[in-house]
Design a protein around this ligand. Structure first.
Ligand code: NAP
Ligand code: MG
Length: 486
């Protein structure tokens, strides 16, 4: 079938294949998980979390205030001093291993809740978020009693209490990224999920209870930005682990200036995905789609800036448009869905603002032709063709299924353009030549660079940014270091 035919002749459809959700049991109200129990918040306030695909309320969760934060930190400190710090590392490892196993056992439930609360396609939560979360616990369970081997002759010691604050795009996975290395290194934890997606973190609290972790080793509290700010400001917190926006990262850095709190900040991104004329074009097109459109572009390392070598630009753009026309946007719980719901109304408004900005900047806009659901928050996969470095849609993080396309002639030009941005989290390179890959990886200022693939993750591989994408590494051996003193 010719490419043109694929665009115009796409008139067949998959039948609906919805994942069952009748096995999901959500309480109408969730309390704070502190010292091994679910407790009412001092604030006496609760707020709702919604399903962005249906706009239905799913549950209410407690709103922790500064007093609640204080109680959670006290529980973490007590558990650290009296139990966790003293426990033999191989015993700690067993608890972490147990969490991994129960995540696996409850994988289906967790995946469905993740898709309901955050809007991501079930394929993503089932095949990526949940298994990768379990893998992080497995991986760090293995390190717990081998720290002396990981850092020979350096006598690594835990820091104490870690305050961990996570965003809404990978709620369970981010919780795993944070909690697993903290526990393996002998620290205790107070974690706050994002206000839009608290449910899988609360399910993880249930799992931690089920695994009989000593009370207070992990505390999970829900709330808004001021809850996070109170965690950061708390004098008994020794370590801040934050994943979120660069703006909030800067606020946190200011808040801890002059203290001896350690911090890792995993912030925004605007990755360059670079396609050379010698690349396997069909695979590259698939990698571009995977890099920006799956998971609605709600990925900090999304390949949101496409650079195509001029001689293959027409072909790449034509094939990309054809592939985009086949993407299924809709019900996150349908197993065929490629692009689910945008996480919240605010995020959809932000994306729509950028669509206006890009159009005003004079860029050619392409959106796929299939209709999107009327109810819920959805955005069509979008291209801005003919973009330039100076465009705001190129410079600023949109965090939606929106790809800018620029062309280049030489390798020097594309390195210059790819690096000319405040962010430096990740990048992708598509070429037949290994030498070109090595040349680029040494010159691109990005923490993670994928070659002839995109968005691949493994617990053993470190992840983190350059420049305004933050500092510190999570994952792998490197991910142990921010939780240790030597
Ligand atoms: P965000 O607004 O920065 O929020 C992140 C977390 O911080 C949330 O739990 C938030 O609570 C909390 N928070 C807000 N204000 C705070 C404050 N003053 N002090 C302490 N905590 C505060 O980010 P987001 O919109 O949820 O997530 C999207 C951003 O995260 C994007 O920029 C994306 O690139 C970035 N991200 C980065 C990575 C990475 O690894 N580098 C991974 C995923 C996402 P509320 O939810 O209640 O506001
Ligand atoms: Mg929600």
């Amino acid at each position: 079938m010719k490419t043109e035919d694929t665009i115009t002749g796409f008139d067949w459809k998959y039948s609906a294949a919805p994942e069952a959700k009748d096995h999901i049991k959500l309480k109408s109200q969730y309390d704070l998980f502190i010292n091994g129990n679910f407790v009412k918040p001092n604030s006496k306030k609760y707020f709702a979390t919604y399903n962005p695909a249906t706009e239905e309320k799913l549950a209410e969760v407690a709103q922790a205030n500064a007093k609640d934060v204080d109680i959670a930190v006290a529980a973490a400190k007590n558990a650290y001093d009296k139990v966790w710090k003293k426990m033999p590392a191989k015993e700690r490892a067993k608890y972490i291993f147990r969490i991994a196993r129960v995540i696996q056992e409850r994988a289906r439930e967790l995946a469905v809740i993740e898709s309901m609360d955050g809007g991501k396609p079930i394929r993503e939560s089932r095949d990526f978020d949940v298994p990768t979360a379990a893998n992080h616990f497995f991986y760090y369970a293995g390190w717990a009693d081998k720290l002396e081997y990981a850092f020979p002759n350096r006598h690594p010691q835990s820091l104490g209490i870690a305050a961990q604050i996570i965003p809404w795009n990978f709620p369970l996975l981010m919780a795993a990224w944070k909690i697993a290395p903290a526990l393996a290194t002998g620290n205790t934890v107070v974690l706050k999920p994002a206000e839009n997606t608290p449910l899988t973190a609360l399910k993880l609290a249930e799992i931690i209870q089920e695994c009989e972790l000593p009370a207070g080793v992990v505390n999970i509290i829900t709330g808004f930005g001021d809850t996070g700010a109170a965690m950061v400001a708390h004098p008994n917190v020794n370590k801040i682990a934050f994943t979120g926006s660069t703006d909030v990262g800067k606020i946190i850095q200011k808040a801890i200036a002059g203290t001896n709190k350690k911090a890792t900040l995993e912030l925004g991104g605007k990755a360059a995905n670079i396609v050379f004329d010698d690349a396997p074009i069909n695979q590259a097109v698939e990698g571009i789609v995977n890099g920006i459109f799956f998971n609605q572009g709600h990925v900090c390392c999304a390949g949101s800036r496409l650079f195509v070598q001029e001689s293959v630009a027409t072909e790449v753009i034509q094939k990309l448009k054809a592939r985009m026309e086949t993407l299924i946007v809709g019900d996150p719980l349908d197993k065929n869905t490629d692009i689910g719901a945008i996480n919240s109304k605010e995020q959809l408004d932000k994306i729509n603002d950028y669509l206006k900005i890009g159009s005003k900047e004079g860029l050619e806009l392409f959106q796929t032709s299939a209709a999107i659901p009327k109810k819920g928050f959805y955005c069509k996969p979008t291209l801005f063709i003919g973009a330039a470095q100076s465009n705001r849609v190129v410079q600023e993080e949109i965090f939606g299924p929106v790809l800018t396309i620029q062309t280049f002639r030489t390798i020097e030009e594309v390195i210059e353009k790819a690096n000319n941005i405040p962010y430096g989290l990740s990048a992708g390179v598509w070429t037949d030549k290994g030498s070109k890959i090595f040349n680029l990886t040494s010159k691109l200022r990005a923490g993670v660079i994928w070659a002839n693939t995109y968005n691949k993750f493994d617990p053993s591989s470190p992840f983190g940014g350059y420049k305004e994408s933050g500092f510190g590494r999570e994952g792998g051996l490197h991910g142990l270091m921010p939780y240790l003193k030597f």
